[in-house]
Design a protein around this ligand. Structure first.
Ligand code: F6R
Length: 607
């Protein structure tokens, strides 16, 4: 999604802004731009495509000035083009925007009626034009911006600069995140702390509805009611948000490889000193009273929730409803007094998930969130936040966050089961010991990477790939398909193995690889029967199982991936790794950009 940065500094702003934008590249974008005020004069440069195009433009056509704003645009309204790229400028105002102005058509019509013409296809331009209009009515920059944002509906994080104002930046947030960074006689803004990590570790996160006036020496924040407020300044550990590839070709490869470490950290943070009991952050949710759960998420996080349903139902004996946020939020489902809702989100900013959370909050449900960004909107609006502890995930395709989401949800299911007394102490201990071996089993699984690379070299010529799984492997089949399609652009679908014969089996021929995820669990024989049905129709099978499983069932398959022997409880977490590696190596073989696949954004802050 779009990224915003800004600086009121002591040095030339353009290089700082470009570096800050680089740090936001992971969010996904298709054009970029910066604007500065130099000796009181506004000027801007914009380019389509990667940031390198903007940097090249700046080499040939530099932009001076110590005050500036910058933007990476992920196109929503209007194609990626220089004309539509931010910053948008109207007279003495320039603005960058993340989010969507939903009433921009009405505002555009109103401006047109006043003979003010729009020149771009974007929703953002009306913001600049309105601010310009209010300035022309004699309002101050702050009054103009306040008046402008009072006219907007939708979601936004906005940053404004003004002609003639070298020491003024105005910012506002509603629905999209925005943070202020504090320097020595300098001030910065960014969509997240990562954008400013090269400049400062002192960060203030704006709250929903905040408006702020920034100068080098003073920051004044007003809440949604116009009351001047103090927002906490946090010291963010800059090393924890260092974003380098550590020698890997892609962030995705690094993030896959670091899972033994990240998951060891996740697990450690949820165990007491003796590692005998599961410890949750302090909260007032009565776990013993939970007898039904609503889980809501998007994309990969949704598949994590869908997997967790198996644990909550089987181990904690709780009824679970799982839905994608973009559907859930508009259904207005009835909520009973005891409802507890779990929202799963790596970024903690996904617009639909946040809207679903707000709906459940308004219905007085207890809110638990499983997030990777503890300062995110979703975390801040939850009764209980369960962090992932995996550090920033930069690759657009979620990997280490997914396995951590699964691990945290498995720990929660176990904790609830214990609190509700629905499992024996002995069984609880067995499950806990199984969770502790996750890092080691992932380590073992990573050693099969070269085999997966060879399979990917053949898979890359396929047009369609089908993934099959049963039980808790069914959501993983969908996750495997999602990973493959999003980074290699090969069409892929995940199905429950038993469902294939109800339609999709018509797709099977010798050219369609079918990935069968079949650990040696209670459903193994059933999965193998479904696999046989595919083989009987010349299907090309890639079977993923342990040695014992492959011994039993690999005859006649096209390829196999050998997994370690894994307890059934934690199998979805470990079997996620070959899904990730398969997608990654297929993307490498195809030559696509695994870290920044086309059309995708990391943090989806629009609906
Ligand atoms: C896929 C992927 C997306 C996200 C989805 C939700 O690899 O990363 O499907 O899982 O956009 O994002 P979060 O978890 O930030 O809410």
């Amino acid at each position: 999604m779009c990224g915003i940065v800004g600086v009121l500094g002591k040095h030339e702003a353009a290089p700082l802004l470009v570096e800050a934008l680089k740090r936001l590249e992971y969010r996904g974008y298709d054009s970029a731009g910066i604007a500065t005020v130099n000796d009181g004069k506004l000027d801007r440069r914009r380019a389509i495509g990667k940031l390198v195009n903007l940097s090249d433009l700046l080499v040939h056509n530099p932009l001076a000035g110590k005050s500036g704003i910058g933007h990476t645009r992920w196109a929503t309204h209007g194609a990626p083009s220089v004309k539509n790229a931010h910053p948008h400028q109207a007279g003495d105002v320039t603005v960058v925007h993340n989010g969507i102005i939903e009433n921009f058509m009405e505002l555009r019509a109103e401006l047109n009626n006043n003979k003010i013409k729009c020149e771009t296809d974007t929703d953002t331009e009306v913001v600049a034009l309105l601010a310009k209009y209010y300035l022309s009515q004699g309002l101050s920059p702050a009054e103009s911006v306040k008046k402008t944002i009072s006219r907007l509906s939708g979601a936004f994080a906005l940053a404004f600069l003004f002609d003639g104002e070298d020491d003024l930046m105005l910012v506002a947030r509603r629905g999209s995140p925005l943070a202020i960074g504090h320097g020595d006689g300098e001030v910065y803004i960014g969509s997240d702390a990562i954008a400013m990590a090269h400049l400062t570790s002192k960060i203030t996160y704006l709250d929903e509805g905040d408006f702020a006036q920034l100068s080098r020496k003073n920051i004044q924040i007003e809440d949604r009611n116009g009351t001047i407020v103090n927002r906490e300044e946090k010291n963010i550990d800059v090393s924890s948000i260092a974003i380098d590839k550590a020698g890997y070709k892609h962030f995705m490869a690094k993030e896959i490889a670091e899972q033994p470490l990240t998951l060891a950290k996740t697990i450690k943070n949820y165990l007491d000193e003796d590692a005998e009991q599961i410890r949750l952050p302090k909260n007032d949710i009565k776990l013993a009273n939970i007898d039904c759960l609503t889980m809501v998420a998007c994309g990969t996080a949704f598949y994590a929730a869908l997997t967790a349903k198996y644990w909550f139902e089987k181990i904690a004996r709780i009824k679970v409803e799982v839905d994608v946020a973009s559907e859930f939020r508009y259904r207005e489902p009835p909520v009973t007094k005891e409802t507890t809702a779990i929202f799963v989100s790596q970024s903690g900013e996904t617009a639909d998930t946040l809207a679903a959370l707000r709906y459940m909050s308004s219905q007085n449900a207890k809110i638990i969130s499983v997030v990777n960004v503890p300062e995110s909107s979703i975390a801040r609006e939850s009764d209980l936040v369960l962090p992932l502890y995996v550090g920033p995930e930069i690759g657009v395709a979620s990997t280490k966050a997914f396995t951590a989401q699964l691990t945290v949800l498995a720990l929660l299911a176990l904790k609830i089961a214990k609190t509700k007394n629905v499992i024996t102490e002995a069984q609880y201990c067995i499950y806990l010991e199984e969770l502790k071996v996750i890092p080691e089993l992932i380590n073992q699984t990573l050693s099969i990477e070269s085999n997966i690379q060879k399979i990917a070299a053949e898979l890359v010529s396929s047009q369609d790939v089908i993934f099959l799984g049963r039980g808790a492997m069914y959501p993983l089949a969908m996750e495997g398909a999602l990973k493959l399609k999003e980074i290699s652009y090969i069409h892929a679908e995940g199905y429950p193995s038993g469902e294939l014969k109800h339609g999709p089996i018509a797709l099977i021929d010798k050219n369609v690889p079918v990935v069968v995820i079949a650990p040696m669990d209670s459903l193994f024989d059933k999965s193998v029967s479904n696999m046989q049905e595919v083989m009987a129709r010349s299907g090309k099978i890639l079977l993923i199982s342990c040695l014992k499983g492959l011994d039993k069932a690999s005859q006649g398959t096209w390829a196999t991936i050998v997994m370690p022997t894994i307890p059934e409880f934690i199998a979805p977490i470990i079997y996620a790794v070959p899904m990730q590696l398969l997608a990654y190596h297929t993307a490498l073989a195809k030559g696509t950009d695994a870290d920044q696949p086309r059309n995708l954004a990391k943090s989806v802050t629009v609906e």
